[in-house]
Design a protein around this ligand. Structure first.
Ligand code: SF4
Ligand code: SF4
Length: 73
């Protein structure tokens, strides 16, 4: 199982952000800085709504004031 996942990740490189909700304060900065609208606010919570749109620029990771975002390749 794990091997299959590794192979798939190597074949298809798809960057996408992950939010650590232990650190996130739902400030909305990532919504503002993402050039392709990956993040949206759902109620009071900021969520990764369109991970497939991510171009891997890492602006969100760099600008998040709480270091709550990690962009995975
Ligand atoms: S910038 Fe960081 S702290 Fe602010 S909403 Fe996005 S993930 Fe949460
Ligand atoms: S890495 Fe860039 S494109 Fe991807 S979610 Fe963050 S700001 Fe948006």
């Amino acid at each position: 199982m794990r091997k299959e996942e590794d192979i798939r990740r190597k074949e298809v490189k798809m960057p996408h952000p992950e939010i650590d909700y232990k650190k996130c304060t739902n400030c909305g900065t990532c919504i503002e800085v993402c050039p392709v609208g990956v993040f949206v606010k759902k109620g009071n919570k900021v969520v990764v709504a369109k991970p497939n749109e991510c171009i891997g620029c890492r602006a969100c990771e760099a600008q998040c004031p709480n270091e709550a975002i990690e962009v995975k390749e």
